[in-house]
Design a protein around this ligand. Sequence first.
Ligand SMILES: N#Cc1c(-c2ccc3ccn(Cc4ccncc4)c3c2)n[nH]c1N
Length: 242
Amino acid sequence: RRVRIDVVTIFPGYLAPLREALLGRAIEAGLVELGVHDLRDWTHDVHQAVDDSPYGGGPGMVMRPQVWGEALDAVLAAGPARLVVPTPAGRPFTQATAQAWAGEERLVFACGRYEGIDQRVVDSYAARMPVDEVSIGDYVLVGGEVAVMVMVEAVVRLLPGVLGNPVSAQEDSFSDGLLEGPAYTRPVSWRGLDVPEVLRSGNHAAIARWRRDRALERTAARRPDLLDALPEDALDRADRAF
Ligand SMILES: N#Cc1c(-c2ccc3ccn(Cc4ccncc4)c3c2)n[nH]c1N
């Protein structure tokens, strides 16, 4: 099974890193097909204008619907797809979102700039295909390209054959609802700091318990919201010590 990913942006060069390393190898292996398109290819004026002033006033510029409509019609002509529009006002992009999208045949990402894209673009496509307005986090970026890099990486790593050590969905980090605990490798002592004894004990039950305790401790300290979101039966008696 392969996934076709198309990205429309006014900065195609911004997406070049997607062709490096792991994702680059996935593309070479034919697991992923990636198309990056310059939105300005669908302008017709000499200035290649893609933005205009906002109705109702306010700072900045808004991206014009006509150019986006022609670009997305052209890209979507290749077949049905899920349209993804990064925006600070989007629903949170989470591991669950990545899992869901990893099952899609085609993903088309519309990267906005300025103050965003005229809302009628999303509204017009939402009438005929799944359209997700998503945000990668509670901070403000300058455009959607970085968000698309994040989301493409999170999705593509889930595709069979992409990762050398294919972590199963339930073992993946965040999948048990907790943060991962600390990791260690050689040397056993480094700048006066030693690897926790238990990890070298060979006692796999004790190791599993220690790792769970560290994950619970870290989650309680850094992401208490994840603890609150755990299903009732997720914590056993030993877990409740935290
Ligand atoms: N995903 C995601 C995002 C973005 C984001 C995404 C697309 C665009 C297009 C344009 N901008 C700039 C902008 C627009 C409106 N308000 C403020 C800034 C974007 C930001 N910011 N923060 C996130 N987590």
